[in-house]
Design a protein around this ligand. Structure first.
Ligand SMILES: NC(=O)c1ccc[n+]([C@@H]2O[C@H](COP(=O)([O-])OP(=O)(O)OC[C@H]3O[C@@H](n4cnc5c(N)ncnc54)[C@H](O)[C@@H]3O)[C@@H](O)[C@H]2O)c1
Length: 270
């Protein structure tokens, strides 16, 4: 089944800048009727709305000031979406920071924020206000979910958690109850404010040294490319799957473990 974006409504956390804003624009190019940018920063929110209005005309987007670490604030963003657009068909849990120096806040945004989004969607909003035949939740992880970057171990852990959430919820049992498809997306290095200055966003000297060792190892890409690939993922990816997008190349599925082929990796006692 192909998910038809045309005529649908979406809410994007952290949607006022970076890749999140590109998701909004790309969805609108694919015929989305309306989008809510649920972001903590009202200044960039205003600019984002102006950009969207310039390209797509008036009435296509609203901004709701939202800190995803607060269930109440995120619920307010969902409610405002329903008040304005009547429906919600797509949720992109995209808000995230990369800063292990404030790791409790990082966990709160990257992991708890995603959980708040999923719970609000499944307990109330996407179950009740989707147009059908199904709704979609896209959880934004990272290549860090699989590579476990030593210079940012806690960021990496938050992104592995996003995969676990997607896999646990993305099963037939829940799909049959709610008609919600769960997908994880794992972008590689993408040129946005998140990575403009990595220095000082780790736990100190040993991590800084590792960053210098690894910094040019990974291929970069434009946020536009990630957004275009995410549209294909929204349309075609099966429930519970995770998709890696890196170096400007097409998305490919990442499959966690196959117990049977790994059974031969026995512990050597010498
Ligand atoms: N840029 C990359 O290389 C890269 C790679 C892999 C994954 N990602 C992930 O993609 C997502 C978007 O990243 P980006 O590169 O566009 O970053 P960005 O910094 O450009 O955008 C993040 C957005 O989230 C918002 N935000 C931050 N804290 C928030 C909160 N508490 N509540 C609501 N909104 C909040 C910011 O205001 C900003 O608009 C993040 O989850 C990030 O971890 C980025």
């Amino acid at each position: 089944m192909v998910f038809n974006i045309n005529g649908k409504f979406a809410i994007i956390t952290g949607g006022a800048s970076g890749i999140g804003l590109h998701y909004a624009k790309e969805l609108l190019r694919n015929g989305l009727q309306g989008v809510t940018l649920a972001d903590i920063n009202p200044t960039i929110g205003k600019t984002a709305l102006e950009e969207i209005e310039k390209e797509f005309g008036p009435g296509k987007a609203i901004f709701v000031e939202t800190d995803v670490t607060s269930r109440q604030q995120l619920e307010n963003a969902f409610q405002k979406t329903v008040d304005r657009f009547k429906h919600i068909d797509i949720l992109i849990n995209n808000a995230g920071i990369l800063n292990d120096r404030v790791w409790e806040r990082e966990i709160d945004i990257n992991m708890n924020g995603t959980i708040h989004g999923i719970l609000l969607a499944t307990e109330k909003f996407l179950t009740k206000y989707q147009q059908g035949p199904e709704a979609v939740i896209v959880n934004i992880a990272s290549t860090a979910a699989w590579d476990f970057y030593p210079h940012i171990p806690i960021y990496s852990a938050t992104k592995s958690a996003v995969i676990a959430l997607t896999k646990s919820w993305g099963v037939e049992h829940f799909y049959n109850k709610w008609n919600i498809r769960f997908i994880a997306v794992c972008p590689g290095v993408t040129f946005t404010p998140l990575i403009f200055d990595m220095n000082g966003r780790n736990l100190g000297k040993p991590y800084e040294e590792y960053l210098q060792f690894t910094i040019n190892k990974w291929p970069g890409q434009k946020p536009e490319h990630v957004a275009e690939e995410v549209m294909r993922v929204i349309k075609f990816a099966p429930n519970g799957t995770a998709w890696l997008i890196e170096g400007g190349e097409p998305a490919y599925e990442v499959i966690p473990i196959d117990r049977n082929t790994q059974k031969k990796n026995l512990l050597q006692e010498n």
